[in-house]
Design a protein around this ligand. Structure first.
Ligand code: ZN
Length: 360
């Protein structure tokens, strides 16, 4: 209790600067949203027996079409076909480890190609006679989801080409893997506090935060573009997805940061940014998160921390759509830009002042 009121006293006296969010037109790609999916686990290797009715509830429409209905994404469109980062590829439906980036090679086919699967059990095969061809269909060894096909025209040493759909893969960079102990339990929360560039930059600095990604949630359409979201007609909010280690931070602290770096009292507005896409919103994944958020809001309102009541919405998280890569780490990559200096930097400085003991 005492801690909370110290926090309240501090944020009470520090004012904020809220200006317009710069708007570039970039498409967004749908994230595979593993954290909305109860079947997703990078550590559990038990075979899954899940019906398509159930998969349909937890996978995005695009992933469901490929994984469960054996659709093929258009060549040269997937996010991993021309992608060379070091890391590990998992099944986007279930988290089963499929490939190491070392086994990936550039192929002309327009789909991500690998010459070797992670281990014997990671991928299984089935004869596929569709489209008048005799092909070998590649399926996830844990959940039987369709991944792509296997061909015999790959490079040495195996001569194989695993031709995969990008959307069926979930890539985790080596840098992130190195910070994650596989036995460690991680939590995730999705928050909207106006321009996601600002919110992302702040959480990147908080101890215990493993990763922060900018994206969109809470709208009416799938795969929104940045332009569509900025038009304010899709009901998507600009959000960040924060993955954190609950032994190093917790949801309460993350929400206190949230209420410090944005104005939770202005409906559909942060400074000059106006529209439902800038609404103050907490996308909870379960009742526990909802309760923690509710309690903190009650406490802040009761203490009259802000001159107006908090209007932050609590919405049930459905799908998180990852924004285009130009929108990720925006502050880090554009810190000399005037928007970053005028809008993001003051928020960061405020965060650093209030939470100075908690900076990485
Ligand atoms: Zn799988």
């Amino acid at each position: 209790m005492k801690k909370t009121f110290n926090f309240i006293a501090i944020i009470f006296v520090i004012s904020s600067i809220f200006l317009a969010c710069g708007q570039n037109e970039h498409d967004v790609k749908e994230a595979n949203s593993p954290f909305n999916n109860p079947y997703y686990s990078r550590t559990d290797t038990n075979h899954l027996f899940v019906s398509n009715v159930e998969w349909k509830k937890v996978l995005s429409a695009d992933l469901y079409a490929v994984s469960r209905l054996k659709d093929t994404e258009r060549p040269f469109t997937g996010k991993y076909w021309e992608f060379n980062q070091k890391g590990t590829y998992y099944c986007a439906a279930c988290g089963n480890e499929l490939f190491q980036s070392d086994s990936k090679f550039s192929s002309e086919c327009g789909w991500p190609s690998f010459f070797e699967q992670k281990n014997k059990k990671s991928i299984v095969f089935k004869a596929d006679n569709s489209h008048g061809m005799l092909r070998s269909e590649a399926l996830c060894g844990r959940c039987d989801s369709h991944l792509g096909h296997l061909f015999d025209d790959g490079p040495e040493p195996t001569g194989k080409r695993y031709c995969m759909n990008s959307i069926a893969l979930d890539f985790v960079p080596l840098s992130v893997l190195q910070t994650i102990d596989n036995s460690m339990h991680l939590d995730t929360i999705v928050l909207g506090g106006g321009c996601y560039w600002c919110v992302e930059a702040v959480y990147e600095e908080l101890k215990g935060v493993i990763s922060v990604e900018s994206g969109f949630s809470g709208g009416w359409i799938a795969n929104p573009t940045y332009k569509q979201v900025c038009s304010g007609t899709t009901n998507h909010a600009e959000v960040v997805r924060i993955i954190y280690n609950p032994s190093l931070t917790n949801l309460n602290e993350i929400l206190k940061v949230f209420f410090t770096v944005h104005d939770p009292t202005t409906l559909n507005r942060q400074g000059a940014d106006v529209g439902t896409q800038y609404r103050s919103v907490i996308f909870y994944a379960n009742e526990n998160q909802k309760n923690i958020a509710n309690e903190l809001i009650l406490e802040l309102n009761k203490a009259k921390v802000y001159s107006n009541p908090i209007i932050t919405k609590l919405e049930k998280l459905k799908t998180f759509y990852l924004a285009d890569k130009e929108h990720q780490d925006y502050y880090l990559n554009n810190s000399e830009e005037s928007y970053c200096k005028m809008v993001i930097q003051p928020k960061l400085e405020k965060f650093e002042k209030v939470f100075k003991e908690r900076i990485k």
